[in-house]
Write a protein that binds this ligand. Structure first.
Ligand code: BG6
Length: 256
């Protein structure tokens, strides 16, 4: 029955939160790998929880990826409900397709919910000196300051190999990723199964260690194929983070 299914999911959520060592896990039915509505459900849960914590004037940092893009896709037009909200990309472009870039997602979110957004136009791989001069740019610094004042951050977790391919990072990166046995990626950091950072793409934006300072950390990642990536990343997530996932990933994570 529906009641049995719901209580079974609640038990899964508690067991998984305990196993991963984070405050809360929210699980939706199904597996994102096999049905696209599952990812949409997962994003709907994220949007619902976000709605509960946002207040007027809040800054929301948003990362890239197909999961975050789905959030922009399902966000309802009445989401702001009178609140002045500002969506800010958590990172610069990471060589992804335009629709999966944080900049695009923030602008779509703002357009759909009649709120505001900022852009962070910085390329993926830059030389050390360019990196330094970009950091000195007033518009870049403004955006970074906004990020540091965010009340919430929404981000995905990528499968390491998928991410290097999607970012067109080149064969060299792929070789490193494989040699170091990276399984997961978030914020440009790649992790092995034990959670060690084994590679990092230097980009401008929110850094992994800064997550602890953000009151609401919402992680969206589902599908059985992402179980390893999720496990590798959560070791770096602050305790107060909430993971939004699905049964496919949850069962796999509890198995291992
Ligand atoms: C990328 C982000 O755009 O998307 C990554 O830069 C993230 O940090 C990835 O891991 C997740 O993508 P998806 O499509 O698996 O949600």
């Amino acid at each position: 029955s529906v009641i049995d299914e719901t209580s079974e999911i609640r038990q899964l959520e508690e067991a998984l939160a305990e196993k991963l060592g984070i405050a809360r896990v929210i699980i939706v039915q199904g597996d994102s790998d096999s049905a696209s509505w599952v990812k949409q459900d997962l994003c709907r849960e994220m949007v619902n929880e976000l709605d509960k914590v946002l207040i007027d004037g809040d800054v929301i940092a948003v990362n890239g990826g197909t999961t975050m893009a789905e959030i922009a896709g399902i966000a309802p037009s009445n989401f702001a409900n009178g609140r002045d909200l500002l969506f800010v990309p958590a990172r610069g472009g990471l060589g992804e397709d335009l629709r999966n870039q944080a900049n695009t997602i923030c602008s779509r979110l703002a357009e759909k919910t009649l709120t505001r957004h900022r852009a962070l136009y910085v390329p993926e791989q830059v030389t050390e000196s360019t990196y330094r001069s970009l950091l000195a740019e007033p518009t870049v610094r403004d955006t970074l300051n906004l990020l540091h004042s965010a009340n919430a951050v929404l981000h995905g977790i990528g499968d390491a190999v998928t991410m290097t391919q999607r970012r067109h990072s080149g064969n060299n990166t792929l070789e490193i990723i494989k040699e170091k046995q990276a399984v997961g990626e978030a914020f440009g950091y790649y992790f092995d199964e034990k959670g060690n950072v084994v590679y990092q793409v230097p980009t401008i934006g929110l850094q992994l260690g800064e997550l602890t300072n953000i009151p609401h950390v919402f992680i969206g990642a589902g599908g059985k194929s992402k179980a390893k990536a999720i496990a590798s990343f959560v070791k770096h997530a602050p305790y107060h983070a909430i993971l939004f996932t699905d049964e496919g990933a949850a069962h796999k994570l509890l198995e291992g």
